[in-house]
Design a protein around this ligand. Structure first.
Ligand code: ADP
Length: 359
């Protein structure tokens, strides 16, 4: 095989390498380009969008493996990653510009759903994506507290200006009502507020809008799914049997409203004593993985009990706490699992979509 032969075969190999965001071959799109071959070593550029940045390393490995498997005579593949700008289209009827809208839900309270929602949002942003966080847990909005945010959103040119955690826009009912004020929600009022949060907030252009849902199988999920097409939901649960039963109910509820379940996360999954290194499975372990397998939904990962996480988030310093690599590692795994789950869905949808009509 000469370098020229390899170069020619490379073109057809790229025709069958599928981009996970679009579900289409990268060949004609030019997403992989500037290819050259020297001494059997292929060099190329791979442009990856910010939505896929969290799994960029995996995509590069996948591309390398694809070329090595499909083009004989290749000794090595060197890939230079570049950023690809792909605009987010308006979603639903309300003009929100986000590629994915993800509801973080739980069958019951106290399993760490809000902590997970905020941590997933912060970690996706850290891994290179454009993220917004909306607190739809209107009965007990805790996102402002976890992130140490307060202040009242201003209205500029008819748009609600979100409060930012670093560069990440956040919107919560907690910004609009006093800390100890209880809000009694009636159906239309709830629908109105959720619509307003989605439609009238200056979110900018997002890859991911993460929504912290109220616990249980309530009407907010129904309201949301009526306003816009949710990309899917992530169910948070702890390993005990009671929590798993409730998680099962939440999954069934989302499936009934045709919202895809993107995966299950097991929170408070074991505790490792930092002094002795010994691990205690306080609530058990592995129950969520087994439940996910039983229900045929992806398992996204485990987050152990971490004292620092509890302490720092109760002090409003969750964003700072996640700068510690040890604390953030489980969330990075969950985020990568989530992006993988979404990309599998997008690829399936693209493949089953009808071919566009010829003009
Ligand atoms: P929910 O939204 O499900 O009601 P929260 O996110 O408010 O739950 O979490 C409840 C409490 O548990 C909070 O004090 C939070 O700091 C703590 N917590 C959540 N996940 C963990 C974890 N993995 N390790 C330690 N504490 C946690």
């Amino acid at each position: 095989m000469t370098d020229l032969d390899i170069h020619q075969q490379l073109k057809s190999a790229l025709e069958t390498f599928i981009d996970p965001e679009t579900g289409k071959a990268v060949g004609p799109s030019g997403q992989v380009g500037d290819c050259s071959v020297s001494g059997g070593v292929v060099s190329c550029r791979y442009s990856i969008s910010s939505m896929m940045k969290p799994i960029a390393d995996e995509l590069v490995d996948r591309l390398k493996g694809h070329i090595l498997a499909h083009v004989p005579g290749v000794q090595d593949v060197q890939v230079k990653v570049e950023s690809l700008y792909k605009p987010a289209p308006p979603i639903g009827q309300i003009g929100l510009r986000a590629k994915c809208v993800i509801a973080i839900a739980a069958g019951k309270g106290g399993v760490g759903k809000s902590s997970l929602a905020a941590s997933i949002a912060l970690t996706l942003e850290k891994l290179g994506s454009k993220v917004g966080l909306m607190d739809a847990d209107v009965y007990g909005p805790s996102i402002p507290h976890l992130l140490g945010l307060d202040g009242r959103p201003e209205i500029v040119d008819g748009k609600i200006q979100p409060i930012c955690s670093g560069t990440m826009p956040v919107m919560s009912m907690g910004f609009l009502v006093g800390k100890d004020q209880a809000v009694v929600w009636r159906g239309p009022m709830l629908h109105g507020s959720i619509t307003q949060f989605l439609r009238d907030t200056a979110w900018g252009e997002l890859d991911y809008l993460i929504i912290d849902m109220p616990p249980g199988t309530g009407d907010v999920a129904l309201t949301l799914s009526q306003i816009l097409p949710l990309t899917g939901t992530v169910i948070v649960c702890t390993p005990q049997e009671v929590a798993l039963l409730d998680a099962g109910k939440a999954i069934a509820m989302f499936e009934k409203t045709s919202v895809p379940v993107l995966g299950v996360v097991e929170n408070m999954s074991g505790f490792t004593d930092p002094e002795t290194g010994k691990t205690y499975e306080i609530f058990g372990k592995g129950g969520a993985r087994a439940k996910a397998e039983e229900l045929g939904v992806p398992f996204l990962g485990e987050v152990p009990i971490q004292i620092a996480l509890r302490r720092e988030s109760d002090e409003g310093r969750l964003a700072e706490a996640l700068k510690d690599p040890q604390l953030s590692k489980p969330f990075e795994n969950v985020c990568r699992g989530l992006v993988r789950s979404i990309s599998t869905r997008f690829a399936k949808q693209a493949q089953s979509a009808p071919l566009p009509l010829l003009q």
